[in-house]
Design a protein around this ligand. Structure first.
Ligand code: 2HG
Ligand code: ZN
Length: 465
C-alpha cells in the first residue's frame, strides 16, 4: 500500500513497538471474521488509548491509508474483513470497564471490553446489559455497537441501540467527539449517537461507551418444547405472549439442527428428537412461586399445543437447553462450508414466509442441506445452507447463488429485510436495495462523505461509494 512505510514510521513515535504488527501471518489473523474470508492485511495497530486512536486516524487520513476497525471478529457479514491490504485498527487492548453507577444504572466501558466480561462485572451489582449472543465470550462491545447486534433476548429488550446513553468516537480526521453526554433525555435535534450505532465502522471509530443497564431478572425459567409444525409454534408463541410471565427468549430450531448439535457437539436434549421443530423459551417472573407457571405448562400440554414440553429443573438443565440452541452455529461450522442468511419479516408473517421458503428450497432440488433456526419471536430466522460432501465447491456456490435470488425475491414480497441482526458488511451490500430505497442510499452516501470524504474508513462495507 502506498505511503505505508511513511505511515508506520510516523506512528513509531506515538505507539510502542508491540502495538504495531507487520508480520503477514500474525496480521492476517486480524483481517477476517466468522465468514472466514481470505485476509490480506498490511499491518495491525493495537492502540492503548483514545489519543493513540486519534493520532492513528489523523495520520491515516493525511497519508490516505485505508483503515478497518476490528473488535472480536465474530461478525457474520464481513464487516471487519480486511482483504485488500488495509491496515487493521484493533481495539482489543482498550478493554477497561469502570465501576457501575448504581444510581443511573450505567457503566462506562472501552470498546475492546469482552461482552461477557461486562455481563459478569454488572452482575455483581445486580444489573444486566441485556445484549446476549452466542459469541459473547469473544465479541467486544465496540463490535456489538458498530453492528447494532441483536442476539437471543431481543424479544424482551430490543437491539443494542436501546442500551447506550453515550459514546466517545474518533473521526477519520482524528477528532475525539463525545456524543450524548450520558443523558437519558436529550431531545435536541439529530441523534448522532444513534447514527454511529449500526454504521459498521464506516463513519467513525467507537472508543468508549456508556451502557445502560437494567435489573437482573429475579426468577428465570427455561422450557424446551417440540412441535409438529410452524403453525403450532406460532400458536404456542401467541399463548405465551399472554402467560403469567414475560418472555425473554423465544428461539426455534429444526430437527436437522438438533441432530447436528447432538452429533457434532455431543449435546443432550431432555425431550425427544423426532419432531420437526423445537422451541427454547426463556421466561422471567417477579415471584418465586412456580405454581402459576406449572399450571400454564399443564394447560399447554393438555390442549396439545406442543408434542412435548419440559421445564428445566436445575442450572445444569438450563445450561444444557441453551447449549442446544447456542451450539447450532458451531456444529454447522464443523459440518462443512456454509452460506448464511439472516433475514427479517414481520412476526405475523413468519409461518407463511418460512413455509414458502422451505417449499421453494425443496422445489429447487439442490444438493445442499438446509438448516433453519433463529429468533421466532422477533421475526428473524436464519437460513444456513451447508455443502454436502459429494457436491463440489463451485457447484455449492452456484446453487447458493440461485437460492439467494429466490429467497430475497420471496423476502421482498413479504416486505422483509436482507439483514435482521448481522449487518451488511461486504457480504450483503449488493442486496441493500431490497431493504432500503434509492433515496435512502443517496442520503447514506452524503452522510459517509460528511464523515469520511476520502473513503478511507472501512472501505467497501455497507455500500460501494
Ligand atoms: C444466532 O442466532 C446467530 O445464533 C448466528 O445470529 C446465526 O450462524 C448463524 O447463522
Ligand atoms: Zn441470530
Amino acid at each position: 500500500m502506498k505511503n505505508l512505510k511513511a505511515f508506520l514510521s510516523a506512528l513509531g513515535s506515538h505507539l510502542s513497538s508491540e502495538s504495531i504488527l507487520t508480520d503477514p501471518h500474525e496480521c492476517n489473523a486480524y483481517g477476517t471474521d466468522w465468514t472466514r474470508q481470505v485476509a490480506n492485511v498490511s499491518a495491525v495497530l493495537l492502540p492503548r488509548s483514545t489519543d493513540q486512536v486519534a493520532k492513528i486516524l489523523s495520520l491515516a487520513n493525511e497519508l490516505e491509508i485505508q483503515i478497518v476497525p476490528s473488535g472480536g471478529r465474530t461478525g457474520l457479514a464481513g464487516g471487519a474483513v480486511a482483504s485488500k491490504g488495509e491496515v487493521v485498527l484493533s481495539l482489543s487492548k482498550m478493554n477497561r470497564i469502570d465501576s457501575v453507577d448504581r444510581l443511573s444504572k450505567t457503566v462506562r466501558v472501552q470498546s475492546g471490553a469482552i461482552t461477557e466480561a461486562v455481563h459478569e462485572h454488572c452482575k455483581q451489582s445486580g444489573l444486566l446489559w441485556p445484549i446476549d449472543l452466542a459469541a459473547k465470550g469473544t465479541c467486544e462491545i465496540g463490535g456489538n455497537l458498530s453492528t447494532n447486534a441483536g442476539g437471543v433476548r431481543v424479544i424482551r429488550y430490543g437491539m443494542t441501540r436501546k442500551w447506550v446513553t453515550a459514546l466517545q468516537v474518533v473521526t477519520m480526521q482524528g477528532e475525539i467527539i463525545e456524543l450524548n453526554r450520558n443523558l437519558e433525555k436529550n431531545n435536541t435535534g439529530y441523534d448522532l449517537l444513534q447514527l454511529i450505532i449500526g454504521s459498521e465502522g464506516t463513519l467513525a471509530v467507537i472508543t468508549e461507551a456508556t451502557l445502560k443497564l437494567t435489573r437482573l431478572p429475579r426468577f428465570k425459567n427455561i422450557f424446551l418444547f417440540s412441535v409438529t409444525s410452524l403453525e403450532q409454534m406460532a400458536r404456542l408463541c401467541e399463548e405465551a405472549n399472554f402467560g403469567p410471565f414475560h418472555i425473554t427468549a423465544f428461539e426455534f430450531f429444526s430437527q436437522k439442527c438438533l441432530h447436528t448439535v447432538q452429533e457434532k457437539l455431543k449435546r443432550i436434549s431432555r425431550i425427544g428428537d423426532t419432531a420437526p421443530f423445537y422451541v427454547l423459551m426463556e421466561i422471567e417472573r417477579s415471584s418465586n412461586d412456580l405454581s402459576e407457571v406449572e399450571e400454564w405448562l399443564g394447560k399447554i400440554l393438555e390442549e396439545s399445543l406442543v408434542v412435548d414440553g419440559s421445564l428445566a429443573q436445575s442450572s445444569e438443565d438450563e445450561k444444557a437447553s441453551w447449549g442446544l440452541r447456542e451450539g447450532i452455529t458451531e456444529s454447522i461450522a464443523v459440518t462443512g462450508p456454509v452460506r448464511k442468511y439472516d433475514v427479517a419479516v414481520p412476526v405475523s408473517q413468519m409461518v407463511p414466509f418460512l413455509t414458502e421458503g422451505q417449499k421453494m428450497f425443496s422445489r429447487m432440488n439442490l444438493s445442499i442441506d438446509l438448516y433453519l433456526f433463529g429468533h421466532f419471536g422477533d421475526g428473524s430466522p436464519h437460513f444456513n445452507l451447508v455443502k454436502k460432501p459429494d457436491c463440489s465447491m463451485q457447484e455449492f456456490s452456484n446453487q447458493c447463488d440461485r437460492f439467494e435470488i429466490e429467497l430475497f425475491a420471496l423476502l421482498k414480497r413479504y416486505g422483509g429485510s436482507v439483514s435482521a441482526e448481522h449487518g451488511v458488511g461486504n457480504l450483503k451490500k449488493h442486496w441493500v436495495t431490497y431493504s432500503r430505497t434509492n433515496r435512502e442510499l443517496e442520503l447514506y452516501r452524503s452522510i459517509k462523505k460528511a464523515f469520511d470524504p476520502k473513503h478511507l474508513l472501512n472501505p467497501g462495507k455497507i455500500l460501494d461509494i
